[in-house]
Structure formats: C-alpha cells, structure tokens
Design a protein around this ligand. Structure first.
Ligand code: GLU
Length: 450
C-alpha cells in the first residue's frame, strides 16, 4: 500500500481508538483512492489526507426536554461539520438510540464525497442525537426538536450549514426544527433546513428522491450490460423513505420489489410491492409501528420469515441493502455470492462491512455499486431545495425529476470515467470514491491552508 495512505490510516486509528465505524469508512475510502494519491504527490505535500480525516469542526451539546408526564430527559446532540471546501455544509440529522460521536463522524466523512459526487456546491457534514423518536408522542418529538434547535441554530444557516433528515428524522421533525429556527432567528431562513414539507417551503419529490435516484443509478448500471430494468425482481432491506421510493420507482418502470426486510424479519411477495394499495399500506404500517413489517404479510397473504434477512435468496436479479450500516457482513456476503445474483447495489450509508465489500467486489459476475453514489440523490434534491428557496420559487415535479435524473446519470458516468482514468477498469466503488475525493482535494488545494 502507498506509504502515505498507510501512515494516515495508522494515525487515524491511534487518534480515534474507539471510533470503529469512522475507522471503517476512512479505511475503505483511503485504500480505494490509492491510484489517485500515487498520481498526485502534491496532495501529500499539502497534507490533504491528514486534513480529510479531521473534521473542520465537531460540536457536541446537551439537549434537555420534558416528556408528556413532565419528566426531564437529557440527550446528547451532535453536528460534525466535516468539510466545506465545495460549499455550505450539507448533510442529515439522525435520531436513534444507537447514535454516538462515532456514528456521526462516519456519516459526516461519507457525506463529504457523496456531496462532491453530485457536482453541486455543497460540503459534507452530519448531525443527530441519541434521542429515539419511536414511541414518542408528537408533543414530545416537538419539544425535543425545539430543545435540539435551541443549541443548533447558532451553527447553521443557508450559507453555513443546512441540515436535513436521515434515520429517525422525517418531514415532521424537520418541520418542528425549522419552526424553532425561525422563532429564534426572527427571519425565514428557508434554506437553513431541507427536507421540509412542500407546504412549508420544501421541494417536490424530496421524500422520494433517494429511492428514485437509486433506481435511476441502477438503470445506468443495467444499461452498461445491455440490460433493462423492466421485468427485474429486487430484494431490498428497509422500507423507510428510501426503500419505499425504490419500490415505487421500480413499479413505475415495470420492475418489482419481491422481497423486503424490516427489523422483525423479511417479507416475500412474489407479485411485488407494485400497487398503490400496497405502497400506501406500507406508509400506514410504518407510521403506526416502524419496527414490524409482519402486518404486510398478514394483510396481503404472503410469506413472512421471522428474524431473518433476505440476503441469499435466489429468485431475484438485484440486491439493494437500504436499511442501515453493516447490514451485510461476511456471512451474508457469501450467501449473496452463492445466490448467483448479478447486481449488488448499496443504498443505505455503508451497508456492507469492509471485508464483505472486498469479497463481493472480487466476485467475477457481480456488479457492485457503492452507496455514496447510489443514494446521493437525496442530498442532491436537498441542494435543489436550497436553490429554489434562494430564488424564492418552486420548480415543478417534472423540472425536479429531470434534474434528479441528470445528476444520477452524471454520477454514474463520472465514477466509470474516474476508475478507467486510473487503470481500474469497471470499478464503480473505487470510481465513485476517486471522483468525489478528487473534487474535494482540488478545491482544498485552491484554497491554500485551511
Ligand atoms: N441523510 C441523507 C444522506 O445521507 C440526506 C442529507 C441531506 O439531504 O442533506 O445523504
């Protein structure tokens, strides 16, 4: 391995000994950009790697709120502003009991290259809290969001940092956060948050953007092999905004999601989640109880396999992990390889462990695409929301959709080109990392010391 990369990886491990997710993503990205680092000695001279692995700013704060029984609660809030060399910090907020600084740093680091890949002027960051909205009343969620924003407001703004949603943060939470931001600031500050409901300044198609974009990317990968999406069967994990968007767009294009998994097990619906009735049922089921997908099987009379993931099933063409990080480890990766499926398209942020990803990439007949590229349409439409907000106007669904499509085709093509340029052949994972990394590194060089 390139000595410079090796040294920075060692230093990163030593400086962040407990942050295993952060170490995982740094290792994945740095190893895959090796040909780029070899070709650019000026990066080492300017300490580009050392700077890349150090957040520009990491904010941790106390969030105190009161539940419906007037009991006090104390949570921890985070915003890790990783790199703004391409534009204002942009990235979501994750609310989940599992969130800690490690989670937010890993997501923030990934976000830098994802945002760069969109080709839009946005830097990368992430935030969140160990607050778990599941099982909380609307009033409790609102009071938590207000308390969270009472600290966060001083660190964000349309030209500074614009948070959006992620796991546990949807339109409802963004609405409460935005309301509190306006209240404190005494101005509209529309672009200070994205993922807003269309009724309160949001962009049409933002909720669907990540899932739709993932399918647009998939179409490009299929086209490369002379295939088309029509008639394809998909197995996915997750049925949140992203998974739901995949189901909807796949159905529109004549494909179908025949397997989907939730925290309690997986569903096998051979007819696919294709009708409005099924798509609407998933929305209702999720709103009532996001931890169980079994009611879908009961309602539509299909198979539910408790406590299992669908990875390894053979009667599909494409796998798309769209749930959470490290969903697919080495054991699952082996099952995926044995299944003979031809496409492994990551959607959730870092859904594959590093060893599993390397193993899957080494399979001759398997096309592997990375989440940074595949799920970038969510943040891209967030940036389009900021652009609409700045112009004080709304674009139509057709306008937004056309831009989304163009951005995803561009991400796919620039990844393919970057891999070819550095002699890696058809490597969508390294190509995406290199294309994103190069854009950020070059902007940093232009700006001198920062
Ligand atoms: N959380 C999303 C992501 O992982 C969206 C971020 C945004 O819209 O700013 O990219």
């Amino acid at each position: 391995m390139n000595k410079y990369i090796e040294r920075v990886l060692e230093e990163t491990r030593a400086k962040n000994p407990d942050q295993v997710l952060f170490q995982q993503t740094v290792e994945e990205v740095l190893k895959s950009v090796e040909p780029l680092i070899d070709a650019h000695p000026e990066y080492e001279a300017a300490c580009i790697l050392e700077r890349m692995v150090e957040a520009e700013r990491a904010i941790e704060f106390r969030v105190v709120w009161m539940d419906d029984q007037l009991k006090y609660h104390v949570n921890r809030g985070y915003r890790v502003q990783f790199n703004a060399s391409l534009g204002p910090y942009k990235g979501g907020l994750r609310f989940s009991s599992k969130v800690n600084l490690d989670t937010i740093k890993f997501l923030g680091f990934e976000q830098v290259y994802k945002d760069a890949l969109t080709g839009l002027p946005i830097g990368g960051c992430k935030g969140g809290s160990d607050f778990d909205p599941i099982g909380k009343s609307d009033g409790e969620v609102m009071r938590f969001c207000q308390a969270f924003m009472t600290e966060l407001y001083r660190h964000i703004g349309p030209d500074v940092d614009s948070p959006a949603g992620d796991v546990g943060v949807g339109g409802r939470e963004i609405g409460y956060l935005y309301g509190q931001y306006r209240r404190i600031m005494g101005l509209s500050g529309l672009g200070a948050l994205t993922g807003k409901d269309v009724k309160t300044g949001g962009s049409i198609l933002r909720p669907e953007a990540t899932g739709f974009g993932a399918v647009y990317y998939l179409c490009e990968a299929l086209k490369h092999d002379g295939e088309e999406i029509k008639g394809k069967r998909l197995a996915i994990s997750g049925y949140g905004n992203v998974g739901w968007g995949i189901m909807k767009k796949a159905a529109e294009l004549g494909a179908k999601v025949t397997y989907f998994a939730g925290p309690d097990g997986y569903i096998h619906d051979p007819d696919g989640v294709c009708t409005d009735e099924k798509l609407n049922f998933i929305l209702e089921m999720r709103a009532k109880d996001p931890m169980h997908c079994k009611p879908y099987a009961e309602k539509f009379g299909c198979e539910f396999v408790e406590g299992q993931k669908a990875w390894g099933v053979k009667d599909v063409d494409i796998y798309m992990p769209a749930a959470t990080q490290n969903d697919v480890n080495m054991d699952w990766a082996k099952k995926i390889a044995e299944s003979g499926v031809k496409y492994y398209i990551e959607v959730a942020n870092m859904p594959t462990t590093n060893d599993a990803l390397a193993f899957l990439k080494s399979q001759k007949n398997l096309v592997v695409a990375p989440s940074k590229a595949v799920n970038a349409c969510g943040v891209a439409v967030s940036e389009l929301e900021m652009a609409q907000n700045a112009q004080r106007l709304y674009w139509t669904a057709e306008e937004v959709d056309a831009k989304m499509h163009g951005i995803m085709v561009n991400i796919y093509n620039s990844s393919v080109k970057a891999a070819e340029k550095y002699g890696l052949g058809y490597d969508l994972v390294a190509g995406a990392n290199i294309a994103g990394f190069e854009r950020v590194a070059d902007a940093m060089l232009c700006q001198g010391i920062f």
